[in-house]
Ligand binder design. Sequence first.
Ligand code: AVJ
Length: 323
Amino acid sequence: MSVQARMARPEPAAQGSQFAHDVLAGLTARPKRLLPKYFYDEAGAQLFEEITALAEYYPTRCELAILRQHAAEIAALVPDGAALIEFGSGSSKKARILLAAAKQAAAYVPVDISTEMLAKEADELRRDHARIKVLPLETDFTKPFRLPAEIAAMPRTGFFPGSTIGNFEPHEACSFLRHAGRMLGKGAVLIIGVDLVKDSKVLNAAYDDAAGVTARFNLNLLARINRELDGTFDLESFSHEAFYNSERHRIEMHLASKKRQKVRVCGRVIDFRAGETIHTENSYKYTLESFGALARGSGWTPAAVWTDKKKYFSVQALVSEGE
Ligand code: AVJ
């Protein structure tokens, strides 16, 4: 690889230091917290794939069913010669459904922080969709970023599946939607997956599965800190907790310390009380009304909503109102 090519992408050390910075800030805050975007190292991405296949984890199955059933209708919202920009593309499995139906699309821009997955999927997509320019972007989409110059003249359609928006606090979701609106342009469509409020038994089971896969996914964050930041977490002395907070309409995931203990991370000592938790994730659930209000308050007009039969999950089309 040329020096220039290497300079163009973020150095692993730079990413590590952002990770180190965020982890130390989170573990020295009260209450302790870690950012859910750090779940997805290689092991974490693999565990998340396992989660999506669990009987209790309905979101992926519901969303795929909605996308397959309404692919033609959704694809019809993509303008001729458009670039489809996906926020947090992962395996691009859902984008494949859209791209197969949206023959008029000219480019696909998967945006993700997980490099290996991004390069591998891009190669496969190029093979499967020769007519489409695949332009992967390795960046943290939770922060404003620049689109590739190749799509400057193309109309844009946003794609944000998976209910990843549920990881944001409502005010963060609002600022994300505003940035996306500015980036995609006035009149642009955003296709977004939004998980819906439902019976708390269904929600609790989805995030605390019988086989313990979600527990391993949650605990992997500590294993990652051990691996990458010289951490000394004993995974056996932390337990996975997940519950629906009905007042705040969100699943909360925590890692609870089973005892009073000290842990070292990056040379710093972190004290835990018995029972003290690290808050690792929120997964907000919306009603069609509450998400409509969030969208309208963030510069978008709801244009269409598709749900599964049980109304567990929704795929929504929003249109950008522009500045
Ligand atoms: C990828 C953020 C949509 O909130 O359902 C799954 C992550 N966490 N099980 C979700 C997750 C625990 C997932 N999102």
